[in-house]
Design a protein around this ligand. Structure first.
Ligand SMILES: Cc1cc2nc3c(=O)[nH]c(=O)nc-3n(C[C@H](O)[C@H](O)[C@H](O)COP(=O)(O)OP(=O)(O)OC[C@H]3O[C@@H](n4cnc5c(N)ncnc54)[C@H](O)[C@@H]3O)c2cc1C
Length: 481
């Protein structure tokens, strides 16, 4: 059958991918007066961010919250007119639990709490006193998160604080993640101040001056109707600023038609034979690493090969999420916290559980509780692909032994993310630099997604801003020629 090709008007910028990264970049570019078009393969915008209600209870199939680490977040919310819908985490959500010996133990958040917690032995506590005197590693060393923590804080601290924390954020393995790539601020503390404790004290003064917050002092935020409020508002704001969003368009290739003119080809999902062709002066790839690799490869230029390989070498952790709703009296634990993380040493099937309805107001009434349980990651990558009933059973068994859930939940949802989180493993920064070399050969191509510059929503917001500003400067420089 012949395929029908339509050619669209020329845009200043095409953004491929309408997750948080792409939407932030597109919105900022549209606000600067550029003609922006966003092409999204899925039938909806938001990427992994998706919120819904069931029986009046809010559940998230992706992220539950962001961290307010930068003033850019409130500036964005003000610009979108959704600041008053922002929900700050309840005070009790400052409390996070770690499982040790099958018990939930609060993670100590202050010096006195650290010295009195049963989470760590006396040896580990005393070991902290020696941390300021441990020499820094070489700036060139690509050290693993595990090696870094073992060297500075000891094995028990790795096993019962950092390993579960890394599983909670990256669904990752600290033996594989590069400390410099995955936790650049931690690495910088050592490089700059010679140690973590000294760095925390001196760095806090510096951040105060720069109006930035560290991730451990920043507040968690969401919205009264969940994280999707943010991406929905970005999509609305973009349209109001004359940007165009086309969902259901999978971009399949790009080509350089002439200097300063990129052709972007896609397939519309509602019409498999309908190829759509667009032209723009710049293209922002806000897509996962594998999708970005496929699109770069379509350029068929020898100088993309190394970048394509670098993108394909970025591993992703698979995760499945089991969201379960309970009558409050069916859960024995007080649920007075953010949730709990399970260290590998505890030999459970789950990575941890968020007490989703305790974290924020407006999630569920006080007679109900919503729990969000994570399974898989790099620790047990074979688990997330199991059937819904198997995953539900794993979650319920571990929840029964750890927080005393009784009976069966009122309802359960399973959200699958076979490629959930990019892993910033050894050599990651080098891989990112190899991708960036493309920009030298191909002016007008930009990259902004969670495989570069941080995986958190706040990092995606920061990077979306940054890439929008780079693209804007590029367009301005072209206009001056
Ligand atoms: C399960 C889960 C829980 C998380 N929890 C948290 C949390 O609590 N807090 C936090 O800060 N972060 C969290 N994160 C991380 C954070 O949510 C993500 O890193 C961030 O939302 C990614 O945004 P993105 O725009 O870079 O990518 P995505 O959201 O993946 O968006 C990429 C978009 O590109 C589209 N696309 C792909 N290929 C094509 C193509 N060829 N053509 C057109 N479109 C295409 C995709 O359909 C998708 O919509 C979580 C992530 C996951 C997966």
């Amino acid at each position: 059958m012949m395929s029908e090709t339509t050619t669209k008007v020329t845009d200043d910028v095409i953004v491929v991918g309408a997750g948080a990264s792409g939407l932030v970049a597109a919105y900022r570019l549209a606000k600067k007066g550029h003609r922006v078009r966003v092409l999204e393969a899925a039938p909806r915008t938001g990427g992994v961010i998706a919120s819904a209600r069931c029986d009046g209870m809010l559940w998230e199939s992706g992220p539950n919250s962001g961290m307010d680490t930068t003033p850019l977040i409130n500036e964005l919310l003000d610009s979108l007119g959704i600041r008053e819908q922002r929900a700050d985490a309840r005070k009790i959500a400052d409390r996070r639990f770690i499982v040790r010996g099958g018990q939930l133990i609060p993670l100590p958040m202050s010096g006195p709490a650290f010295f009195s917690t049963p989470l760590f032995s006396a040896g580990t506590k005393l070991g902290l006193l020696r941390e300021p005197f441990i020499a820094r590693s070489s700036a060139e060393a690509d050290e693993s998160v595990a090696a870094f923590v073992r060297r500075r804080l000891g094995t028990e601290f790795l096993d019962y604080a950092i390993e579960p924390f890394v599983a909670g954020i990256f669904a990752g393995d600290p033996e594989q993640l590069s400390v410099q790539a995955a936790f650049p601020k931690l690495f910088a503390l050592e490089q700059r101040y010679g140690g973590l404790i000294r760095g925390l004290i001196l760095g806090a003064r510096e951040r105060k001056r720069q109006r930035e917050k560290s991730k451990n002092s920043a507040k968690s935020f969401s919205f009264n109707d969940g994280m999707q409020v943010l991406t929905d508002a970005l999509a609305r704001g973009l349209t109001a600023a004359n940007g165009v969003i086309e969902t259901g368009v999978r971009v399949t290739s790009i080509a350089c038609e002439a200097e300063g003119c990129w052709t972007v080809c896609g397939i519309r999902s509602e019409d498999q034979n309908g190829e759509a062709v667009y032209r723009a002066g710049s293209v922002v790839f806000a897509t996962p690493a594998d999708a970005t690799a496929t699109l770069l490869a379509s350029l068929k230029m020898p100088w993309v090969d190394d970048a394509v390989q670098a993108l394909r070498d970025i591993p992703y952790a698979p995760v499945s999420i089991i969201i379960s709703a309970w009558r409050r009296e069916a859960v024995m634990h007080s649920l007075d916290g953010f949730g709990f993380l399970v260290p590998r040493k505890e030999n459970k099937r789950i990575l941890g559980t968020l007490f989703s309805s305790s974290m924020f107001d407006h999630r569920a009434d006080e007679t109900h509780a919503v729990l969000t349980t994570f399974i898989g990651g790099m620790r047990q990558p074979e688990l997330p692909g199991r059937g819904d009933d198997v995953l539900q059973e794993m979650a319920e068994n571990d929840l029964a032994s750890l927080i005393g859930v009784k009976g069966t939940p009122l309802w359960t949802k399973v959200s699958r993310h076979p490629r959930a989180i990019p892993q910033y493993t050894f050599g990651h920064l080098d891989r990112v630099r190899r991708v960036e070399t493309v920009q030298k050969h191909a002016p007008g191509l930009f990259f902004c997604a969670n495989w570069r510059g941080g995986i958190s929503i706040s990092d995606c917001i920061k990077n979306g801003h940054l890439v929008a500003d780079e693209t804007d400067a590029f367009i301005a420089s072209r206009r001056m020629l």
